[in-house]
Design a protein around this ligand. Structure first.
Ligand SMILES: O=P(O)(O)OC[C@H]1O[C@](O)(CO)[C@@H](O)[C@@H]1O
Length: 529
């Protein structure tokens, strides 16, 4: 292993510092050498060119025949046409205007002075960004308290609605779905609507949609006369939509400075256009990822922010990285099974959970530490002479980094001065670009998600089968065995699925009733309920 002096030199040689953002990137504890960097140069040249073409409006998502334009959102002058530029500017203005009116009470719920709460309904890229930004940046007691429904779990929905309680009468619901047809989000919307009706409230007077132009959701919102509708453009992917209306509207309503988020992203975008590897933090990240997993994702990315407010960054990155890079085929149609697994929560908390395995167990990962220099606003008490809680947090980060490195475990460290809207925008932009560059290095389309469709189709077929099963039970004049139901449904190959449908219905005392012992599914008899 290198001695301290050599490591210190390597640290300085590879240290990246962004003047305007005060952001540092340290890849010195990734053990690549100059020969590796040299060898990667030509690939990076290609990746930079592909990125330039993408930003210039090329069809960078060939399967879906789409441009990829999230970079234009923070610098509309880059948009490939005046029309697109105007669209971006107008959307941003309308987001700000709407949020200001809601916050001032100019737009208010029927019979009430002002809105008190926001309920965001969406999933995946239509939830993870707003959730991350809320946790990172919202005030302790914001004027408008935000809540999320990001699943089709009835108990989860109940819990969120119960937290809101009677404040539903002053809650603004935002339904977010690019496609406008995602079942989980549709279900959330229907459930929320029912909750408004149960309190004799008029949902449409308190509802806003953020959705793709011409989507089913847009049709509903427009025909029912919802309060407002904001567009999601087809050239912005769900997982890169935080700096579109998807993330900006909830943030603006929460009083978060969205122009600062955009400015941070814009500054980072400019920094990550540089072709010189040492000068481009996103390229340095992509290089480090490639080195670590041998360009095949052999090592997992563990994201460890040492700051509670950044807890959800790993969850946000999980989608950004894994949905973008996790691909069976490369751009030439070869089977490649690409991807990088991402997980993590926060330090130092995780020190007392899985860091044991990181230090000593299977070495199948690299860590990315996120360090925040400012401990808190205001003074700190000393928890012992000369040391604060923040000193401990900082020491624990350094200590973990060192302990891992000493045991051949590599890490990257990103340091920001303080968690501000600007820094959060910059972090998002940094990873968006790194993922795009890495996608080029490994030759995959980082902007589609064909694999998600299989699960969606299978779920739809289970719900179809459920309808059939219920019909059969209703018509039956005697209890039926599972095999009989399967045969009548012409679905003997789906008997296990039929059993699970029935068990679920029975547990919820709906439409099917089981007689017999649960340990012997073969012997069960089923009737309609
Ligand atoms: O915004 P939508 O269309 O509801 O999609 C939600 C999420 O579903 C996916 O399409 C697939 O999981 C994600 O890419 C997307 O962020």
């Amino acid at each position: 292993m290198a001695d301290a002096a050599t490591l210190w030199e390597r640290y300085q040689d590879w240290l990246y510092y962004h003047e305007g953002l005060g952001l540092y990137l340290d890849v010195s504890r990734m053990r690549f050498d100059e020969a590796f960097v040299e060898q990667m140069q030509p690939r990076f040249e290609q990746a930079f060119m592909a990125m330039e073409a993408l930003e210039g409006g090329a069809i960078a998502n060939p399967d879906e025949d789409r441009m990829v334009g999230h970079y234009w959102l923070r610098d509309p002058d880059l948009a490939p046409s005046d029309e697109l530029k105007q669209d971006i500017v107008e959307t941003l203005n309308s987001v700000e205007e709407f949020a200001a009116k809601v916050r001032s009470g100019e737009i208010s719920p029927p019979g009430q002075a002002r809105f008190t709460d926001i309920l965001s309904v969406g999933i995946g890229g239509s939830a993870l960004g707003p959730e991350f930004v809320d946790q990172a940046l919202s005030a302790v007691s914001p004027e408008l308290q935000i809540h999320f429904i990001d699943n089709t779990d009835p108990a989860g929905i109940d819990r969120t609605l119960a937290q809101i309680g009677e404040r539903l009468s002053t809650t603004l619901t935002i339904v977010i779905s690019k496609s406008g047809g995602t079942p989980e989000t549709r279900n959330g919307m229907v459930e929320v609507k029912a909750a408004y009706e149960a309190q004799e409230l008029d949902f449409v007077k308190q509802a806003v949609a953020i959705t793709g132009i011409g989507s089913k959701l847009e049709d509903i919102a427009k025909s029912e006369g919802w309060l407002a509708t904001f567009p999601m453009h087809d050239w912005v992917g769900g997982r890169t939509s935080e700096l579109s209306a998807v993330g900006l509207l909830p943030a603006a309503l929460q009083g978060i400075e969205i122009r600062e988020m955009l400015a941070g992203a814009k500054a980072m975008d400019a920094a990550t256009r540089v072709h010189e590897l040492h000068q481009n933090p996103a390229a340095m990240l992509a290089l480090a990822w490639y080195f670590s997993g041998d360009g095949r994702g052999e090592k997992d990315m563990v994201i460890l922010p040492y700051k509670d407010s950044l807890l959800l960054f790993s969850r946000y990155l999980q989608q950004l990285v894994m949905e973008s890079l996790g691909k069976e085929k490369d751009l030439d149609g070869n089977t490649v099974y690409q991807g990088i697994a991402v997980y993590g929560n926060k330090g130092s908390t995780d020190q007392h959970a899985y860091v044991q395995q990181l230090r000593e167990g299977v070495p199948n990962f690299f860590v990315t530490f996120i360090e925040v220099l400012q401990d808190r606003q205001g003074d700190s008490v000393e928890v012992e002479p000369g040391a604060t809680s923040g000193d401990y947090l900082s020491g624990l980060l350094q200590g973990t980094r060192r302990a891992l490195y000493d045991n051949q475990r590599d890490s990257i460290t990103i340091t920001i001065p303080v968690v501000t809207p600007r820094a959060v925008g910059a972090l998002i932009a940094l990873y968006e670009r790194a993922v795009g560059l890495y996608g080029s290095l490994v030759n995959v389309n980082a902007y589609h998600q064909p694999g998600v469709e299989a699960g969606k189709k299978a779920a739809a077929s289970v719900l179809e089968l459920q309808k059939q099963v219920v019909d059969i039970l209703k018509k039956a004049d005697q209890p039926l065995a599972l095999a009989e139901i399967a045969s009548q449904a012409n679905a003997t190959d789906q008997i296990e699925s039929i059993y699970k449908i029935i068990r679920h219905l029975d547990a919820n005392e709906r439409m099917a009733k089981i007689q017999g012992h649960p340990s012997q599914p073969k012997t069960l008899k089923v009737t309609a309920r």
